[in-house]
Design a protein around this ligand. Structure first.
Ligand code: DI6
Ligand code: FE
Length: 419
């Protein structure tokens, strides 16, 4: 059916492209060949077959552009990162290759706490300067929404600084940033041996202050044998619920502490890692609609051998997302496409599952229903790729394939065509 819009009113119209809309159309990838994509005021106004456009598309839009047959997907969503931090932990990488385990290093005062020291030593400007290039690397290859956690400050001033810097990164790069308060990431040195007191401090001071500042969109915790117990996590989640903030959880990465079910119990947006989650945990996630966020970068870097329960997730219909977990300790990974590749190679996701996991499902893991697929009314967040098919995006290991990255109708990365 032809649409009738007699006057020029759209902000942009791309013709001669293939869309992987990721909408549930019954087609793989929600694909539309010979397509067009139009947008106005930051929203998609047309995503469909070009032959459904009026005969003279220039009547709709002053800027009609041929995409020269390129593939266009929704902007990628990295729904789990810790990319704001000071210093790095290349030294621990070296130690692990000389025989130490992640747990050994963490117990010996390295690990998360060493990044806390390096982060606290910085001010806003220096922290921004160190962190911005990491975010830019993600955006350069197609990421338009980034979740960024606190959790390397662990006192009021430094946690708020991390969240402020995260938001500033979004402003500077012109991308969408969602912030997550992760005060329950590790016990800071001044609370050493007083884990319960620190959790009280998180619930009574740090979390309410983060909520009051308006700098946190969600709350996370590191529920692990080297992190916090399920009981302590429950306390933090109850405090988050009282403040009206949604929760998500670092769950069952190194051991099964029932983290998947715990996130589900609080209607968690997601349970992340979940290598050791039991089938009961998967069932609980399915009934709560809690997204499984798969983090193959950490699995790879720690040379983990326990795979997340992918088949159980599929069987029970749990939504799967894929993210970088970009952090200095266990996943210094600067490419979401690389995480997608690893989700395929290491976890046996199909390329379509991986691309869903980094678009529409990742948006859901952040509680966002206005992005992640190319459908009229959604945000005009999209990527024009130097790639022929959606599978190419998972197939190539690293590199830069994004030709143009557009956020809410604004171009934030533009590259020439590949030679
Ligand atoms: N996310 C985390 O927060 C921890 N592991 C993970 O996958 C630890 C991060 C760190 O070692 O700094
Ligand atoms: Fe993490």
């Amino acid at each position: 059916m032809k649409i009738e819009i007699p006057t020029r009113s759209w902000d942009g119209l791309l013709i001669d492209c293939d869309l992987a809309t990721m909408a549930d159309t019954g087609e793989a990838y929600g694909a539309i060949r010979g397509a067009a994509l139009g947008w106005k005021d930051g929203r998609i106004v047309f995503a469909g077959a070009a032959d459904a456009l009026p005969d003279r598309p220039e009547a709709l839009c002053a800027r009609v552009e041929s995409a020269a047959g390129a593939l266009i997907t929704p902007g990628l969503v990295d729904c789990h990162t810790h990319l704001v931090f000071g210093g790095n932990r290349a030294n621990e990488f070296d130690m692990r290759l000389n025989g130490a385990s992640y747990e050994d290093i963490s117990r010996a005062g390295g690990g998360i706490v060493s990044t806390v020291r390096a982060t606290r030593a910085l001010d806003d400007a220096a922290l921004l300067q160190e962190s911005l290039p990491r975010a830019r690397a993600l955006v350069d290859d197609g990421v338009t929404t980034i979740e960024i956690k606190s959790g390397y400050g662990l006192d009021q001033a430094s946690e708020l600084m991390m969240l402020r810097v995260a938001r500033e990164i979004g402003r500077q790069l012109g991308v969408s940033v969602r912030t997550t308060f992760l005060g329950a990431h590790a016990v800071p040195p001044e609370y050493s041996g007083r884990q319960a007191d620190y959790i009280d401090h998180v619930c009574d001071v740090l979390l309410p202050e983060a909520a009051r500042s308006g700098l946190a969109d969600a709350v996370d915790a590191f529920c692990e044998n080297i992190g916090f117990t399920p009981q302590q996590t429950r306390k933090v989640f109850a405090a988050a619920r009282d403040l009206g903030l949604p929760v998500k959880l670092h769950a069952d990465q190194l051991s099964d502490l029932g983290g998947g079910a715990l996130s589900a119990e609080f209607s968690g947006l997601s349970a992340d890692h979940i290598e050791h989650t039991s089938e009961d945990g998967v069932r609980a996630m399915a009934s709560a609609g809690t997204v499984a966020v798969l983090l193959p970068g950490a699995f790879y870097a720690l040379r983990d051998t326990t795979l997340p329960p992918i088949n159980a997730l599929r069987e029970h219909g749990v939504t799967m997302a894929v993210a970088t977990d970009l952090n200095p300790g266990t996943s210094p990974m600067l490419s979401l496409r690389l995480a997608m590749n690893m989700a395929c190679t290491l976890f046996r996701l199909t390329p379509e599952e991986a691309l869903r996991g980094a678009t529409v499902n990742a948006a859901r893991a952040l509680g966002l229903s206005d992005r992640g697929c190319l459908v009229e009314g959604m945000r005009a967040d999209f990527v024009i790729w130097n790639a022929a098919t959606p599978a190419d995006l998972c197939y190539w290991i690293g590199g830069s394939l994004a030709r143009r990255v557009v956020v809410a109708g604004q171009t934030v990365v533009a590259r020439e065509l590949a030679p």
